[in-house]
Design a protein around this ligand. Structure first.
Ligand code: MLT
Length: 247
């Protein structure tokens, strides 16, 4: 069972968080009116149980599909941030008929380079010996703009450190082995919104522009003065873009 916030009524949006984060990153998105927000914690993150086996990106997608079934949701918009975007693309490949549309947030379609993949496995070893702290310390500065208020930085730190070591290691291996979705993009036959913070250095605006150009009729929105967590950093601008898209 995935710990899930299921709130509001209207068009369904399944929000998939990034790594190493939790459903709490979408707290401000719950304010978007006219929407049933379905916001799970992925296995090993937030309040969901830790996986006791390796998972692929497709396994995460299937766990979310099961959740939609349990919640009696036939079709939903699927909104994924970063690693959540990798999983959203897996859902678009596996079960496009269950999707009203796709919202790709600060993410990319490409697989890891060999160097990035090697870095993931080095991180797995670090987490094994030292816990999630080194991963959090290395990633936190890239999540938000350097000018982000300290309270927001501390909120993100708290969310990241709530991740379990097993959850983080499982996600690292899944991301390292994820497929390249480049070939899928021109075949996506669904409404698509691509959102990116103009200061995102993890999945920069060039990634978003490339995806939007490859997906038929995709809409691209760039959020100013926001980094990787554009939804947390500029919730008003972000929510307006999503609301316009889904209602
Ligand atoms: C994320 O925010 O989910 C991660 O930065 C994704 C990644 O490491 O590729």
């Amino acid at each position: 069972m995935l710990y899930t916030t299921d709130q509001g009524s209207g068009t369904e949006i399944l929000w998939i968080h990034g790594y190493p984060l939790s459903s709490r990153i979408f707290a401000k998105q719950l304010e978007i009116p006219g929407v049933r927000h379905i916001v799970p914690d992925l296995p090993g993150f937030g309040r969901s149980a830790t996986p006791d086996h390796d998972m692929t990106v497709d396994d995460y997608a299937r766990a979310l599909l099961k959740l939609l079934g349990e919640r009696k949701v036939q079709r939903a918009y699927v909104a994924g941030l970063s690693m959540g975007g990798y999983i959203a693309l897996a859902l678009a490949r596996l079960v496009p008929e269950r999707m009203r549309g796709l919202i790709l947030i600060d993410t990319k379609e490409t697989a890891d380079t060999p160097e990035a993949r090697q870095g993931r496995y080095e991180s797995v070893e670090k987490v094994k010996s030292a816990g999630v702290r080194p991963v959090v310390d290395a990633m936190l500065p890239k999540m938000l703009m350097p000018s982000a208020p300290l309270s927001l930085v501390e909120e993100v730190r708290a969310i990241m450190t709530s991740s379990t070591a097993a959850g983080v290691m499982t996600a690292l291996k899944a991301m390292a082995e994820r497929p390249d979705s480049t070939a899928l993009l021109p075949h996506l036959d669904m409404r698509t919104l691509v959102i990116v913070g103009d200061g995102d250095t993890i999945t920069p605006p060039a990634d978003a522009a490339r995806m939007a150009a490859a997906i038929p009729n995709a809409k691209l929105v760039t959020i100013e003065s926001a980094a990787h967590l554009s939804n947390m950093e500029k919730p008003d601008e972000f929510n307006k873009a999503v609301q316009l898209f889904v209602t």
